[in-house]
Design a protein around this ligand. Structure first.
Ligand SMILES: Cc1cc2nc3c(=O)[nH]c(=O)nc-3n(C[C@H](O)[C@H](O)[C@H](O)COP(=O)(O)OP(=O)(O)OC[C@H]3O[C@@H](n4cnc5c(N)ncnc54)[C@H](O)[C@@H]3O)c2cc1C
Length: 323
């Protein structure tokens, strides 16, 4: 379905949807009413569970004539295993995950910041991988059946600074029940625009000397649901495709936003203390106010270390630039 930019949009189960409520969530704090509706007394009225952000990415396949890296069938072969066991060489010596990473800036308005991260994976993600690892709806993952038999590699184009904001809410007062997570990916149209620029970049890459030397070509099977209303390779076609083949890479942040105490959108102050509650701090990915342009694990370790220093009263080290 082509996207009407005037509407607020999101993705659910691989399909575009439009939500009006998103216009209001930005200006209303739901937390108090939400807790009351579950019969939970409100101790501090804080926007806990708002501001959910995550890194999302789409998969780009590059087919090569020869084996450049791995391919699932080669990895599983007896000879590959024998070679590894006898000579400790061959495709099994590669980490088999994200072998390369690049950061690119595609937004002409913000050239100083990378807006996309490219994660290089040394094999083609087949149907099983995009269904089971990336969580693409099995109905659509089928589109990539048969990729196993090809040589090539995969690049994941990841949106670094999403503008869309989701929510986490309680389903019930039973702590064992999963919460209601509404990520609202692509609610902000600029997020789709960034990934679309990534698609155009992925096409340009094949024209480079290096890609040509490996005879690397983009592999893309036209996706019929997006051809109903859009011309193949048009911006609208790709916007539609992004709606079906984008997945999350598990970098959830932001639902316990850190910031100035007087800012009504924050939950913890700059010393990670929960506003209005004595003796309670939060030190994890949820305090990150605005998504970082990189992976989240190292920053989370930093947050934990910093929290420990603040609790112990250890002063921050002098910045190197001052030495
Ligand atoms: C599949 C996957 C792949 C990822 N890959 C990368 C990557 O390659 N690079 C990268 O930088 N980041 C990656 N991340 C993101 C990174 O792991 C997270 O951003 C980071 O771990 C978040 O740290 P955290 O402290 O906020 O939460 P967590 O690391 O989730 O820590 C929460 C802790 O709380 C514990 N816990 C939960 N409930 C309770 C309870 N009731 N009582 C006591 N303890 C409890 C949990 O057991 C856990 O130890 C990945 C995440 C996932 C899920």
């Amino acid at each position: 379905m082509p996207i009407d930019p005037s509407l607020s949009s999101c993705i659910r189960r691989g399909s575009w949807c439009f939500i009006i409520s998103s216009y209001f969530n930005a200006v209303r704090n739901w937390t108090k009413e939400h807790l009351k509706s579950h019969g939970i007394p409100v101790v501090a009225d804080l926007p806990l569970g708002d501001n959910l952000q995550d890194h999302i990415s789409f998969v780009s396949y590059y087919k090569t004539k020869q084996l450049v890296f791995n391919s699932p069938n080669k990895t599983k072969s007896f000879w590959t295993l024998a070679r590894y066991l006898t000579t400790k060489s061959g495709v099994l010596t590669t980490p088999g995950g994200a072998e390369s990473v690049a950061f690119i800036s595609t937004d002409p308005k913000r050239p100083e910041y990378p807006d996309l991260e490219i994660i290089g994976v040394d094999m083609l993600f087949n149907e099983d991988a995009i269904r089971d690892r990336l969580g693409i709806d099995p109905k659509y993952a089928k589109h990539y059946s048969g990729v196993n038999d090809m040589n090539g590699f995969t690049l994941l184009y990841t949106l670094l600074r999403p503008k869309s904001r989701g929510t986490v809410r309680l389903k019930s007062t039973d702590a064992m029940q999963h919460p209601v997570i509404d990520p609202r990916y692509f609610e902000n149209k600029e997020d789709v625009d960034s990934l679309l620029r990534g698609i155009r970049f992925s096409q340009e890459l094949t024209k480079t000397k290096t890609f040509k030397s490996q005879e690397a070509e983009l592999f893309h099977k036209p996706f019929s649901p997006c051809l109903e209303n859009c011309k193949f390779d048009s911006d609208e076609y790709w916007r539609c495709y992004i709606g079906y083949f984008t997945q999350v890479i598990f970098h959830s942040t932001g639902t316990c936003k850190m910031g100035r105490t007087e800012d009504p959108t924050t939950v913890v102050d700059p010393r990670l203390r929960v506003k209005g509650i004595h003796g309670l701090r939060v030190a994890d990915a949820s305090i990150i106010p605005s998504m970082i342009s990189g992976n989240t694990n190292a920053p989370c370790i930093m947050i934990g270390e910093k929290a420990a220093d603040m609790i112990l009263g250890i002063k921050p080290p002098t910045p190197l630039s001052h030495l």
